[in-house]
Design a protein around this ligand. Structure first.
Ligand code: LRH
Length: 484
């Protein structure tokens, strides 16, 4: 049997990629076709995404993918969550804001003045994050909300530009805060109470459904020869990543989807919205096939990449993270006090090392004194936050965690994987690195019949486990030599 090929577009907050996935019941492979930076742009009124530039890169990637594999059967798009564009007719009303733009604080105050987070949590199950779409919408001037006839989340906007069809894919829609727990329709009452026109919310679409065919001119531009469907996948990147986590026993497995963010938690059949879960900062995001992602957002590799960017700005030279990590591995862990990676001081772009130093100084603690020491402090602090997140998830759900799956870019970071296993006292299985793209590919494959239409997530994950490289890290005492 010849494997079917599909095109997966995966937009992360720091880079995007277009890959070709090749899949049948026994095989699953990826070819990276096009990778590009995603660089936000500071404008006088805030930090914005260069959305048309990103779309141009998506088209280049699809064109390259189709020239390599003219028989590709479908396209799927996922991206980071929460951000959106307002649309009037077919026009985008300005470049979307970046969720790290500080204007969201105003929105939080406005929303909480009407509805406290405790009530929101009972309705939508979301941990408090200042950039949740509902808070962002609360910062929009009334004239903008009056002018717009639609709000499209980022992957839905890309899907609209590809097909001309406006829909809201449900996993990502759940990150807006405007979808009630367990219901497949928008929370009209909440929208009205927040003064958000209900017509802004598009009809929902579920992963596996077809959004539409690539529109004529676009199809010609990318060199598509026949009709090419755009299939809805778990368009929230974390939803796609969790599809491809090779959990063989979900009842005892936890995961960390580690890219820009470290998303730390469990997959559940049903949401948990107790006061203790809310106070511990646990979210209930909608997963593919109706599963719940019960997780906490930890700051993630953002701290490392933003520190590297700062050091490059300071020195005017490229900084090799791999070299810094090798030196950081030699810094004794017991010389490094951990800092609170979730401190809001680290959320906005800028001089992260200076902010870390200030964090220690404010508490009369010795700050790291060299770049390797900063890197080691970040790794130890992330590993500590990951371990605490897993322990809290287990506590809140009464589960026993026997394995931690760490997927995404962080799975290549040996030091981080080793220290997470060490601090959690639980084995870490690292990989696949491209879990998000794989999850995107798998849901397309199921939709087009390359794997059985009734394949559940467990069998899709079985295919990942059987085909993708993984590496195990056993807990070791702090002073033990780190494996390379
Ligand atoms: C990861 C992610 C995460 C959200 C954040 C905005 O890329 O989608 O799940 O909380 O970005």
């Amino acid at each position: 049997m010849i494997a079917a090929s599909v095109v997966a577009v995966d937009l992360g907050a720091t880079s995007g990629r277009v890959v070709l996935g090749h899949v049948d019941t026994n095989r699953l492979g990826l070819d990276l076709v096009h990778r590009f930076a995603n660089t936000p742009v500071p404008v006088w009124d805030g930090l914005r995404w260069n959305i048309l530039g990103l779309y141009g890169e998506v088209l280049t990637g699809i064109r390259d993918a189709l020239s390599r594999e003219p028989g590709a059967r479908s396209i799927g798009v996922d991206s980071w969550a929460v951000d959106y564009a307002l649309i009037r007719g077919d026009r985008v009303l300005g470049n979307p804001f970046h969720y790290r733009d500080t204007r969201t604080a105003r929105g939080v105050d406005r929303v909480h003045a009407r509805i406290p987070h405790s009530e929101l949590y009972r309705r939508n199950g979301l941990q408090y994050l200042p950039f949740t779409t509902a808070y962002q919408l609360a910062t929009e001037p009334q004239e903008m909300l009056g002018l717009a006839d639609r709000m499209l989340l980022i992957p839905d906007l890309i899907g609209y530009w590809l097909t001309g069809r406006q829909r809201a894919e449900i996993t990502n829609a759940s990150t807006t805060g405007l979808l009630p727990l367990g219901a497949d329709e928008w929370d009209r009452d909440l929208l009205e109470r927040l003064g958000i026109p209900t017509h802004l919310t598009p009809p929902l679409i579920a992963p596996g459904e077809t959004l539409g065919a690539l529109a004529g001119d676009t199809a010609a531009h990318v060199g598509a020869t026949g009709e090419l469907p755009v299939v809805a996948v778990g368009s929230h990147d974390t939803a796609s990543a969790v599809v491809a986590i090779p959990m063989t026993d979900p009842a005892t497995a936890a995961y960390i989807s580690c890219g820009t963010w470290g998303l730390v938690g469990l997959e559940l059949e049903r949401p948990v919205v107790t006061d203790t879960a809310r106070e511990a900062g646990f979210t209930n995001e909608r997963g593919v096939d109706g599963r719940t992602r019960f997780l906490h957002n930890v700051m993630g590799l953002w701290l490392l990449s933003e520190s590297v960017r700062q050091w490059e700005r300071e020195s005017g030279r490229q900084v090799q993270l791999s070299e810094l990590l090798a030196c950081a591995a030699l810094v004794p862990a017991d010389r490094t006090a951990v800092f609170d990676v979730d401190d809001p001081a680290f959320a906005a772009p800028g001089d992260i090392p200076a902010r870390i130093a200030a964090w220690y100084a404010d508490r009369d603690l010795p700050a790291p004194a060299s770049r390797p020491e900063f890197v080691r402090a970040i790794i130890e602090s992330l590993a500590d936050a990951f371990a605490r997140g897993i322990a809290a998830a287990a506590d809140l759900t009464g589960r026993t965690v026997a394995t931690i799956h760490l997927v995404g870019g962080g799975s290549l970071n040996t030091l981080l994987c080793q220290r997470t296993a060490g601090r959690a006292g639980i084995p870490v299985i690292a990989g696949p690195v491209e879990a998000t793209a794989l999850g995107n590919v798998l849901i397309q494959a199921r939709a087009i019949g390359a794997v059985p239409a009734d394949a559940d997530l467990e069998s899709l994950r079985g295919l990942v486990a059987a085909t993708q490289p993984q590496r195990q890290y056993l807990p070791q005492p702090q002073h033990a030599r780190l494996t390379s």
